[in-house]
Design a protein around this ligand. Structure first.
Ligand SMILES: [Fe+2]
Length: 273
């Protein structure tokens, strides 16, 4: 059965009087995992020192506030990727809240070992919004081969309007999890219904069938991850494979920063995604 962690039950790890982090998932939850998933709540008094070690990469998504850094101002929909051996200091302007993913064994997961990777900063609010062909879900990529220039992992933010349900499926050869940013609903895990709500982290096991139903009135929004960024997906009903079509807009309702063609999302690298 999937591992489910509620953020509200995770103890605060104080960084200072005013700043703390919560380690939502790491090897204490699953000894074989290569990921560390954390939430940081930082005050302006504390510098944030991001560091990817020799065989690690680090990814960050700003949820609230803003910060100064040597490469850019981190604000709004800021998303950052640090390849191995890169460091970046962030100085919160007032406060800032962000999610952080650390991936260990980077070389094992990335199929692009020879490239000289750089730190990347992008604004996911300006990235293209894609609509699901079979239901009313929408998604935006938070990390992809095109965005981070390697295939160590893939991430998306997915929105389910009220009462919308996704197609039942499972994956192999991948670490796969979701973290609910907003809303509530039911995740079906090998057809067993489990209630989920904002702040819940759901880590699916290889071969475990899953889909989500937004049973609430408000949109259900989660971020999800696949490590590595190439994997196998099996659909219960092949005719309902997740197919995504561009809307021609970004999350702000304006022209997106790039074009993504219609594609099936099933763990294969798609050109331009
Ligand atoms: Fe999945």
């Amino acid at each position: 059965m999937a591992i489910i962690v509620s953020e509200k039950n995770v103890k605060k790890n104080q960084i200072s009087d005013k700043s703390f982090k919560k380690i939502i998932f790491d090897q204490l939850n699953l000894p074989t995992t290569d990921i560390i998933f954390e939430k940081y709540v930082m005050s302006r008094d504390d510098l944030i020192n991001l560091k990817a070690e020799a065989d690690q990469c680090v990814w960050l998504m700003l949820l609230e506030g803003s910060a100064e850094s040597s490469i850019d101002i981190i604000k709004g929909g800021s998303t950052l990727f640090l390849p191995p051996q890169k460091v970046l200091d962030l100085q919160p302007n007032d406060h800032c809240i962000f999610l952080k993913l650390t991936v260990n064994n980077f070389k094992k997961h990335s199929k692009d070992k020879g490239t000289n990777l750089e730190t990347v900063h992008y604004d996911y609010l300006k990235e293209p919004v894609l609509n699901s062909e079979h239901d009313k879900r929408s998604r935006v990529y938070l990390a992809s081969k095109e965005l981070i220039k390697n295939s160590a992992f893939v991430s998306e933010i997915v929105t389910f309007p009220s009462q919308v349900k996704s197609s039942n499926h499972c994956h192999y050869d991948v670490e796969h999890f979701q973290f609910l940013l907003q809303g509530e609903g039911i995740v079906f895990l090998d057809n067993t219904p489990v209630k989920i709500t904002k702040g819940d982290f759901v880590y699916k096991l290889d071969g475990e069938y899953h889909h989500v139903h937004n049973t609430g009135e408000d949109p259900l929004i989660f971020v999800e991850f696949f490590i590595p960024g190439i994997w196998e997906t099996i659909w219960s009903d092949e005719s309902k494979r997740c197919a995504w079509n561009p809307t021609g807009q970004n999350s702000l309702g304006t022209e997106p920063t790039r074009d993504i063609k219609s594609h099936i999302s099933d763990g294969k690298i798609v050109e331009g995604v």
